[in-house]
Write a protein that binds this ligand. Structure first.
Ligand SMILES: [Zn+2]
Length: 147
């Protein structure tokens, strides 16, 4: 995996774009505390990361959620996704709900996790990319959690 430079001149993680899993239940969203040593460590975000060759956006998001929080794809009912682009680079947020009671673990790149009420999310130290997506006007992410 490697960095990509978009046409706006930014460095984005993931040469083929990146994907994350936004899991929502009863007005709360599952957030992950990024490990101190990771990029933007100590910030909260959704599990996610660079898309690998040949992977769909959904597969990439579910793989990252498994690697970071121990989620199985059977734990997730995928309801849709939301795409954000920057200078030709894509970040796809996969929107889902749990199929049952989840057994979560803090694995790679994770120092913790929490179900956070939607109205408290913006008060946390968020990963800058996630803050942009969450705080965008009429954010589909906020709409999904609140739905
Ligand atoms: Zn960019």
């Amino acid at each position: 995996m490697s960095w990509a430079t978009c046409t706006n001149g930014h460095a984005h993680w993931g040469r083929r774009g990146a994907a994350g899993l936004l899991l929502a239940e009863r007005g709360r969203v599952l957030l992950q505390l990024r490990a101190r040593w990771a990029h933007q460590g100590g910030t909260w975000s959704i599990p996610g990361g660079a898309r690998e060759r040949g992977e769909s956006w959904v597969d990439a998001a579910l793989r990252e959620a498994r690697e970071e929080l121990g989620l199985s794809r059977h734990d997730v009912d995928v309801r849709g996704s939301s795409r954000a682009t920057c200078g030709g680079w894509t970040y796809e947020t996969v929107l889902g709900v749990p199929t049952g009671v989840l057994s979560l673990a803090d694995l790679a790149e994770s120092d913790g996790h929490a179900w956070v009420p939607a109205h408290e999310v913006a008060d946390l130290p968020l990963h800058p990319s996630f803050r942009l997506a969450w705080s965008a006007p009429d954010s589909p992410l906020v709409a999904f959690v609140g739905a």
